[in-house]
Design a protein around this ligand. Sequence first.
Ligand SMILES: *Cc1c(COP(=O)(O)O)cnc(C)c1O
Length: 390
Amino acid sequence: MSVKKGTAAVWAGEGNVNTKGAATTPIVNSVAFSYTDLDEWYAVATGKSPGYIYSRNTNPTVAALEEKIRVLEGAEAATAFSTGMAAISNSLFTFLTAGKKVISIKDSYGGTSKLFLDFLPKYGINVTLCETTDHEALEAAIAGGCDVLYLETPTNPTLKIVDIKRLAAAAKKVGAITLVDNTFATPINQNPLELGADLVIHSATKFLCGHSDAMGGLIAGSKQLVDKVFAFREINGASLQADPAYMIARGMKTLELRIERQNASAMRIAQWLQGHPKIKAVYYPGLESHEGHAIAKSQMRGFGGMMSFSLDGGYDLVSAFLPALKLAHLAASLGSVSTLAGPPRTTSHVELTPEQRALLGIPEGLIRYSVGIENVDDLLDDLDQALKRL
Ligand SMILES: *Cc1c(COP(=O)(O)O)cnc(C)c1O
């Protein structure tokens, strides 16, 4: 059929792109997928045949990313979200309804704490937050009955460590499922499912993407649990788009290289800071002086690129020290190729009021430091010159 220019501009060249053999996953930005066979369309739409219908539900580029985290976390299934918070809130709201109970720790990520403190209670969900490293208190609370145990380790921003194996076993005894935010460790350093967790959650915005240029969230676990969260996500619409999915998948190709480097650099920096007279405390699970070191050693293969430290003084010193750093973006976020630093009150826990931060035991004078992939000697020199100015 010969058509006029306006029609040709719309239809010519469409639908015949052969991407077979492409050395990287193509970015498929199509919102919908068309079928010439109505029976096949129906079979795919009703889940009887594999395929794609509409990208709020599934998309081939997003599926490639989901497959990466599924394999890296040793899971049966995985699904992606628009952000890490979308992954967390969708998971919590899937398994928790009015009258149900969730037990968690005081040190979870700021946005997650906000869900526990402000949002879940509004829906009639019972929330109990325990002292993060008090395993006896956590076990006692769990033994009293709960539906969901929600953990994060290492925690944000003081790098506390919780024993996944021990607490997941306690949860299993009362028929509760265990969700673990594995953002700080990444699957290179820690695999919560191997330790007994039921669902592992990531803010893919951080180490997985690794370049501070795309946002996303991921969960992985049994097909039964992931399917339940997926059913909620496809309706509430917190889906990941193909473009950021591609960016995150591309970042993940170098995940092991970056994490090995960041593990090694963070360890050297933590040791150096620990011996510095102007530093009051260093929080890094790789240090033998860290209260959670033994548990960290038993459940992690590396201690990660995140640390925090406090200066021997108040917030005044923090505001003099941070701008003196030349090789650190003073910015929220973490896990990037470039070093990032900031106080929790403007980064991880900005959502909270000063009272809520105090309640969670987060010192106002703390500095969170996310080690990048720069040469570690330069990072040490930079910290040294900034400390000398104080
Ligand atoms: C950043 C972060 C989140 C939230 O992820 P977003 O992608 O910003 O929504 C959740 N958990 C941890 C540990 C984080 O660092």
